[in-house]
Design a protein around this ligand. Sequence first.
Ligand code: FES
Length: 105
Amino acid sequence: MPEQKLGLKLSDLEDDVVVAAEAGSGRLVIVKHGGRVYALDAKCTHESGELGQGYIDNDELICSVHSGAFALESAKASENTPWVTDLRPYRTRVDGPTGEIYVEI
Ligand code: FES
């Protein structure tokens, strides 16, 4: 899969703060959590809520509109919030020397 530079560095991210980013022809949300960087689709699978306005609870991204929950690791919808379906996960890589974040699109 081709890799794209996000224009974000690891030092730009705060733990558990959701950041919206452009990648390819779409939009993603980027989250630093537990020492890792996750990238997921920016649009909720329920009623297209903006996940960039969501928040992190434990290991999940929570949609701010109707509280749909998605696992950061897999992007799968939580069985506790059956009104949402899985998001697409994206593989990320942080370049060691520069801290630049890359995502596979
Ligand atoms: S729009 Fe996200 S849970 Fe409804």
